[in-house]
Design a protein. Structure first.
Length: 109
């Protein structure tokens, strides 16, 4: 079972989470999600536990408990859905101001 852990302190480590969840059963993977540019933790993680009953017990007992000064939000991870693309980016040969290539601000003809 894949478990979502939210409201995670930036000081919490993968080892901290593994120890907390291993009290309920085997933990196969711990992943703290980090910003790809800064490397800073984003405040949430995913835990994988092969035994569903152990995972459910961990979710029930650890939800709302404190780790490194923050109350954890622990529940079953939901499948990721496709997110809409952000607008305003550079795409389709147009700049951010709506102009296209070749518009240099002077009359060329």
């Amino acid at each position: 079972m894949n478990i979502f852990v939210g409201n995670l302190s930036r000081e919490a480590t993968e080892q901290d989470l593994k120890e907390a969840f291993e009290a309920f059963g085997e933990v196969s993977k711990v992943s703290i999600i980090k910003d790809k540019f800064t490397g800073q933790a984003k405040g949430f993680a995913f835990i994988e536990m092969p035994d569903n009953s152990a995972a459910q017990a961990a979710m029930d007992k650890l939800n709302g408990t404190e780790l490194k000064g923050r109350k954890l939000n622990v529940n079953e991870a939901q499948p990721r859905t496709d997110r809409p693309q952000r607008s305003g980016g550079f795409s389709g040969g147009r700049d951010r101001n709506g102009g296209g290539y070749g518009r240099g601000g002077r009359d060329r003809y």
